[in-house]
Design a protein around this ligand. Sequence first.
Ligand code: AMP
Ligand code: MG
Length: 344
Amino acid sequence: MRTVLGIESSCDETAAALVTSDRKILAQRIASQDEAHRPYGGVVPEIAARAHAERIAPLIEATLADAGMTLDEVDAIAATAGPGLIGGVMVGLVTAKALAMATGKPLIAVNHLEGHALSPRLADADLQYPYLLLLVSGGHCQILLVEGVGSFRRLATTIDDALGEAFDKSAKLLGLGYPGGPAMERLALEGDPRAVPLPRPLKGSDEPHFSFAGLKSAVMRAKQSGQYADADIAASFQQAAIDCLIDRARRALASVGKVNALVVAGGVAANKAIRGALEALAAEHGLDFVAPPLALCTDNAAMIAWAGVERFAMGQSDPLDVAARPRWPLDPEAETVRGAGVKA
Ligand code: AMP
Ligand code: MG
């Protein structure tokens, strides 16, 4: 049994966790910066980096204390090394390097997206490779074939906005504040998903990708028209997003060989309507549907520690001069898609 300390700081969450190779989360802490960024309606990189730097050391100490452990009892130290806001990534990675150097423990530089991609295996011991993963978050919207640790084939990505970004921007248009996803989901419960005619960008398209920018613009026009209740716009937006997601996932399933499960991860996976639709799609294909518990969907350090556990089990670790990477695609072979440059 091995224990890995995980550190996450790639966006607006400072997090630390201790996870064992037999899937126990011994302790985990997350310091959210939502309050600091709320006045700006989005994450401000400079504010984020400063907040990570202020919080990370006490957060790690508190996490160790929660588990009643000392650093000496940890087997390896894993930290997000990218992709993400580079100032924040550097804070977490440098901290991990310092701890690794001081203790002589191995350092594992984790791809944040791999953390999301493998997190369902932390929650579900029965989930075997290969599986089809929908990675839907504030910065990413991809369909990946997960073949193993470090082995991914990207089947689709967004050509403009990520799905969480579309939720956040649409929420902002409706005056719902930041982060917008959960607020949109709540408001959608009170609305009629058929009330507002909204587009389903790329639905039925031969190309495999996603597009959400046009949907967001349509939300803006619907709001400006003054014809619709906000709840109806929210419900219709969510339905359009689900229709696109399901259409693209169905296409991806048809394009790959046998997989063991349909898996969803990333912050948007917290959305119950989206989970329900994906579960139905999986059932239609005779596949298991796996969604990590909500706490593992949004950014957290347990998933980073777990990716560290999986890498460590394969004998992998990284040199202390490993670089932080603002961009770090899971599938280096995947072609760049127009408009999607900033989304790794
Ligand atoms: P992440 O980028 O993985 O930290 O996830 C954050 C993103 O997930 C943000 O864009 C949120 O708006 C989005 N999100 C969180 N909860 C929900 C929800 N219930 N429905 C839709 N989007 C959500
Ligand atoms: Mg994330």
